[in-house]
Design a protein around this ligand. Structure first.
Ligand SMILES: [Zn+2]
Ligand SMILES: [Zn+2]
Length: 558
């Protein structure tokens, strides 16, 4: 019975992860002819359950986004399952400490938690207990591959001299900076250190450049999953979604570095200042090419080149990375606001800038997405599927325009779901897109409405905006009064969806505020793609005038 359970738990694993608990019969039971003890039986049971959780976690990540978009899945997200697997594996280890399979189950759980170094150590423990454990051997290979090669998976090793110098941050003015204070990307003293959710620190600029570089055109061509390098920690390869160059600097770490290495920090600051002084020209060059394919060269910003940049972008794709989708045709026009690090996509509906939306996140892949962005940028892209046209018949193509939204409030539910309140921030064109663990990720190109072509046009837009604003405010007052008279709270909720009125003078923001207040009905995707403020305002003026006729108010809030 116990043996059959153990075999069932790991049987026929496609990925080596699932096979962790397979193979070797548990030593507490195998060689012993006497009946199994309750503790041994429980060890087998919980190790089997750990393996099952780990396999399910692994399996969920391999389901393509298009499958989930066709029919939503329910259930726990992969990290939640991996947590349960780890708990069971730890219990099995406590019950049967010398059983290789419990250590292998722990390794499989760590792998799914993306703690590849811990996974490696657990699989090595298992192999020490049972050198012939096939599941542990396969698991070890998978963990090393996922970490992009063993060197990156391990914590920094200090050089002999540095190790002899004692505690990591002990002042040692005569020696070179300790390895622990170095950025793994540029191999120099950390400057403006940013710490990732997984706990690793890099220079802010290095981290942003690692993301930009991996997301540049061609980085993923022909190498399935390679694009996802940009969404992984350069050190430990765990998936993360960070804001770009505006990621917050780790204040305490920066202060410690400055105190410990004052001369080196000053030298680094001078270097960065010099690099920044020569950067604008290159940045302008990169920003001026708009629409269609970005410049083929994709040259990184003109900061000093790292001496030996790690090539982790080209390492193994990880657990479940899927080949990138071909970039959809990107409509041109508008003002180019530049690119940024890859953005995970929530495929549901069109969200306009300024629009507030409440979301109930129940799908495993999106629970995973929310967990990741909540420990990083708190931002993701709201996208829709593209309509099928004679040109594009791909039913899974993403609409070329999406909106970055920010999570204002996140309430985790006891069952693992999330209630979110999000607000649309800025629109972007979807460049290259690929999948990470069952959801889509895209490299964004942010844009805004085109600036008015002349001072005259600018004045006309401003006058249009003030007319629209007056009519919209009058309309809101009427709707609010009518709702209050009826005691209808829902209308007020719907009005709140548009958020506060934007600051005066921003005609584009005003036009989106009105668009969110007064839904025009129909497909809103073209509204998000439009880049002509005046045209949008002119349509709204017409709509509002029509609504101004008696009897029409109120019915259009829905
Ligand atoms: Zn660096
Ligand atoms: Zn990391």
């Amino acid at each position: 019975m116990a043996l059959r359970l153990a075999r069932a738990a790991g049987g026929g694993g496609t990925a080596s992860i699932g096979a962790a608990a397979a193979a070797a019969p548990p030593t507490p039971l195998g060689a012993d002819p006497s009946p199994p003890t309750p503790a041994a039986l429980e060890a087998v049971l919980v190790a089997s359950r750990a393996a099952a959780f780990a396999r399910l976690s692994c399996k969920l990540r391999t389901i393509p986004a298009s499958t989930s978009e066709a029919r939503a899945l329910f259930g726990l997200d992969p990290l939640h399952l991996a947590d349960l697997a780890l708990r069971d594996a730890a219990r099995a280890g406590a019950l049967a400490p010398d059983w290789a399979t419990s250590a292998a189950a722990r390794g499989a759980a760590y792998h799914q938690l993306e703690r590849y170094a811990d996974a490696e150590a657990a699989f090595l423990d298992a192999l020490e207990l049972d050198p012939g454990h096939a599941g542990a051997a396969a698991g070890l290979r998978a963990a090393v591959a996922a970490a992009g090669g063993s060197a990156l998976a391990r914590p920094f090793r200090r050089s002999g001299a540095a190790a002899a110098a004692g505690p990591a941050l002990a002042p040692s003015p005569a020696s070179a900076p300790l390895d622990d204070a170095e950025c793994v990307i540029c191999s120099r003293l950390l400057y403006e250190p940013v710490t990732t959710p997984c706990g690793h620190s890099f220079c802010r600029r290095c981290l942003a450049r690692a993301a930009d570089h991996a997301a540049s055109p061609g980085a993923g061509v022909g190498r399935p999953g390679s694009g996802s390098g940009s969404t992984r920690c350069p050190m430990c390869r765990s998936v993360m979604h960070l804001a770009g160059g505006d990621a917050p600097v780790s204040v305490v770490l920066a202060a410690l570095l400055e105190r410990s290495f004052p001369a080196e920090t000053a030298a680094r600051a001078a270097e960065e200042a010099a690099a920044a002084a020569s950067a604008p020209a290159a940045a302008d060059g990169a920003g001026s090419d708009r629409g269609g394919n970005k410049a083929g060269g994709g040259s990184p910003p003109a900061v000093a080149a790292p001496s030996s940049p790690p090539r982790q972008e080209e390492g193994e794709g990880g657990v479940a990375d899927v080949a990138p989708h071909p970039p959809p045709p990107v409509p041109a026009g508008g003002a180019d606001l530049g690119g940024g690090p890859p953005v995970p996509l929530f495929v549901m509906s069109t969200l306009l800038p300024g629009e507030h939306m409440a979301l109930n996140i129940f799908e495993p892949r999106y629970r995973l997405l929310v967990r990741r962005v909540m420990s990083g940028s708190r931002r993701f892209g709201m996208a829709t599927l593209a309509p099928r046209t004679p040109v594009s018949t791909d039913p899974h193509a993403i609409h070329p325009v999406a909106t970055e939204c920010e999570i204002l409030e996140c309430q985790p539910q006891p069952d693992g779901r999330f209630y979110l309140e999000v607000v649309g921030r800025r629109r972007f064109r979807v460049g290259e897109a690929w999948e990470v663990d069952g959801y889509r990720v895209a490299s964004p190109r942010y844009f805004a409405d085109a600036p008015p072509p002349s001072p005259g046009a600018s004045a006309a837009t401003a006058s249009l905006a003030s007319q629209v604003e007056a009519l919209a405010e009058a309309w809101v007052d009427r709707v609010r009064a009518a709702a209050a008279a009826r005691g209808d709270g829902r209308v007020l909720d719907l009005l709140a969806r548009a958020g506060a009125k934007p600051a005066p003078g921003d005609a584009e923001a005003l036009s989106f505020w009105v668009a969110n207040l007064v839904p025009a009905g129909g497909d809103r995707a073209p509204l998000a793609a439009e880049t002509d403020t005046a045209a949008r305002l002119a349509r709204q003026l017409e709509d509002l005038r029509r609504l101004g006729t008696p009897g029409a108010a109120g019915c259009c809030v829905m």
